[in-house]
Design a protein around this ligand. Structure first.
Ligand SMILES: [Zn+2]
Length: 640
């Protein structure tokens, strides 16, 4: 064998064989992903030894409107499934972002979307007790900005050790809390939106150990799964909505509201449980009590959020067994020309059906959309959207936040490190929901999207790879890098590189394999390759891990009898497959797809292709799907 190879080299040398151009070896080399192990297989699925820890919460919380104060008492039950003993725990204290000198507030400019500090901001934690192995004690703690280390007297055992943390805490609600939470001063009462509000366990995993990246604002969150029992005490004039299922509707609603609530359980048509004309009147709420306790339960979720207001109109419908509800003050109502929040529940019905059909059946019992000060933010089974949104922008933000139930609420990727795995994947599935909601023509929709992507690819926004952590991404580039570029990368995979059948099977497999788990980037890339059977290292490297731009043009075409010799020139680093369309004199067209690997041996590609008649025209990328920075060199026309 060796002898033959040596002979071939000698022959090549004497026959004058030479490459003539610089090969692009690096672009096609295997990706340097961590090797597969017992936790994560080489095919991209969780391995036989995959583990993650669980954190379940019992929370009792009171809303005290006079001082906009939230006071809570909670027990966290944390189970360590890892093979490591843990001498301490890390807890996220995200309200501390709103302390005047928090790291996040010092980093953000005053006009930032992620601002929110104020004199009384931050979490008070008057009591913290550890309960483990039958022992109760007050632990030593170390506060580091938005994180708290809890030192255990004895380490938490590996593979099943359980510790409970009992806490009492309180905070004053920011008016504007980094576009995640806050207060909207509606005419009929304050709308409170509560998110990233109680102390939550950090994730401990095999990749990063304790995930203690700070909450700076721009990066969202990363949490383990668990069950939540949530009891919210609020003034009796308020309606309260939260993640999960309401357990005691009859105790917190009037008789007629409870009847409408039951009615909404049995119809896909929106039912107004609290009608606009009832808000603020005595018949609206049960009489005789100052406060009511609303009880919720949410299972197998990463988090809970909630909202409360005396100004809420509240409607709901049940679609495919899922309770869909909207809570909004009258400021959210639209009119026939500009529909508003009265349409929100049916907008969610569209999202629910679209995502359940296309990717995975919606697994949770409910989803509630809340209008308030937050522009758009997602939590399990509850989303916050801007009260002023109408029409297309209301559908756009509602559908986007709804889609997040899949990425990252079900497929629990690390948002604080890998925003593209939730924002990008979600923006991708939103494209198809928008197409079907407005019955748009996909061809022009993709062309417009490609045009925008191409426009941005020529700007400095493109300079960072989309895999950059969100807190290290230029703020103005976040929309492109975390949302549109990864989303369009998946569009290219589906509509251009792999085709819908292959891509959909692969993307569904990724969703199914990693539901309620924590995928790393390589798990996504490997699953797509595993199910599609395609080596895509060049695409992961060029689109996800670099800032490469794209331009391929026709350098020369020579037409002979029954054959055409084509020379293409790649003028920018990015490699992609190239579809070319040949138009013949008899007006028939033929399409040929050249794989990306044609660029392996250099930036000039020459090939003789058989033709089926007199060639009149050759057009590159005939559907205009590629982010091609120069379309002037994409066509060739016969001169005779
Ligand atoms: Zn989003």
């Amino acid at each position: 064998m060796l002898k033959t190879i040596r002979l071939l080299f000698i022959m090549a040398y004497f026959s004058g064989f030479a490459w003539g151009q610089n090969p692009n070896h690096a672009q096609f080399a295997p990706m340097p992903f961590p090797p597969a192990d017992g936790l994560r297989t080489g095919s991209g699925a969780p391995g036989a030894e995959y583990w993650q820890n669980t954190a379940s919460y019992q929370i009792k919380v009171s809303l005290i409107p006079e001082a906009h104060t939230i006071r809570g008492r909670q027990t966290i039950t944390y189970t360590n499934h890892s093979p490591d003993t843990l001498p301490f725990l890390w807890v996220q204290m995200e309200q501390n972002l709103f302390k005047p000198n928090s790291a996040g507030q010092l980093k953000q400019p005053p006009e930032s979307r992620w601002r929110g500090s104020f004199a009384d901001g931050g979490l008070e934690l008057p009591s913290l007790t550890v309960m483990m192995n039958g022992k109760r004690y007050t632990p030593k703690t170390f506060l580091n900005d938005t994180r708290l280390r809890v030192d255990l007297e004895a380490p938490l055992a590996a593979k099943g050790g359980i510790v409970q943390l009992e806490m009492e805490w309180s905070f004053v609600m920011p008016e504007y809390g980094a576009d995640r939470m806050g207060r909207f001063d509606a005419e009929q009462g304050m709308v409170y939106q509560l998110a990233q509000w109680y102390p939550r366990m950090c994730v401990y995993d095999a990749t990063d150990g304790w995930n203690t990246m700070p909450y700076l604002g721009q990066g969202e969150f990363h949490l383990d799964y668990g069950n939540y029992d949530l009891e919210i005490t609020a003034p009796s004039n308020m309606i309260v909505v939260a993640s999960g299922s309401l357990l005691n509707p009859e105790a917190v609603l009037t008789t007629s509201q409870f009847q409408r609530y039951q009615q909404a359980k049995n119809t896909a048509t929106t039912v107004k449980i609290v009608k606009p004309e009832e808000v603020g009147t005595p018949i609206n709420r049960p009489q005789g009590k100052d406060a009511l306790v609303w009880k919720f339960r949410a299972e197998n979720v990463r988090d809970v959020a909630w909202a409360a207001s005396a100004a809420f109109i509240w409607d709901a419908a049940t679609v495919d067994g899922v309770w869909l509800a909207s809570a909004y003050p009258k400021e959210g109502l639209g009119d026939s020309e500009n529909p508003g929040w009265e349409e929100s529940t049916q907008m969610m019905a569209h999202s629910l059906k679209e995502y359940s059909t296309r990717w995975m059946k919606y697994p949770y019992p409910s989803m509630t959309n809340v209008a308030g000060v937050v522009g758009g933010m997602e939590y399990p089974m509850i989303i916050f959207c801007a009260v002023g949104d109408r029409g297309e922008s209301l559908f756009g933000v509602t559908d986007h936040e709804f889609g997040h139930i899949y990425y990252p609420m079900i497929v629990g990727s690390d948002e604080r490190r890998h925003a593209w795995m939730d924002e990008g994947f979600n923006t991708f599935i939103n494209f198809y929901a928008t197409l079907s909601y407005y019955k748009q023509d996909p061809k022009s929709f993709w062309q417009n999207t490609a045009e925008q992507i191409t426009f941005y690819s020529q700007m400095r926004y493109w300079d960072q790879p989309l895999t950059t952590a969100p807190d290290l991404t230029v703020p103005d580039a976040l929309g492109l890098l975390a949302y549109y570029k990864p989303a369009y990368g998946l569009v290219l995979l589906r509509e251009y590189i792999l085709g819908p059948e292959s891509f959909d099977a692969a993307f569904r497999a990724y969703t199914e394999r990693w539901k309620y788990k924590h995928p790393q980037p390589q798990d996504f890339f490997r699953t797509i390759e595993d199910v599609s059977g395609e080596d895509l290292a060049w695409f992961w490297r060029g689109w996800f891990y670099s800032n490469e731009r794209y331009d391929v043009g026709i350098q020369n075409i020579e037409v002979g009898s029954g054959v055409m010799t084509l020379t293409l020139k790649k003028n920018k680093p990015l490699v992609l497959p190239q579809i070319l369309e040949i138009t013949y004199q008899n007006n028939t067209k033929e399409r040929i797809k050249l794989p990306a690997v044609i660029w392996h041996m250099g930036d000039t590609f020459t090939k003789s292709l058989p033709t089926k008649g007199k060639v009149l025209k050759v057009q590159l990328d005939p559907d205009k799907l590629l982010p091609d920075q120069n379309r002037a060199n994409d066509a060739w026309k016969s001169k005779n």
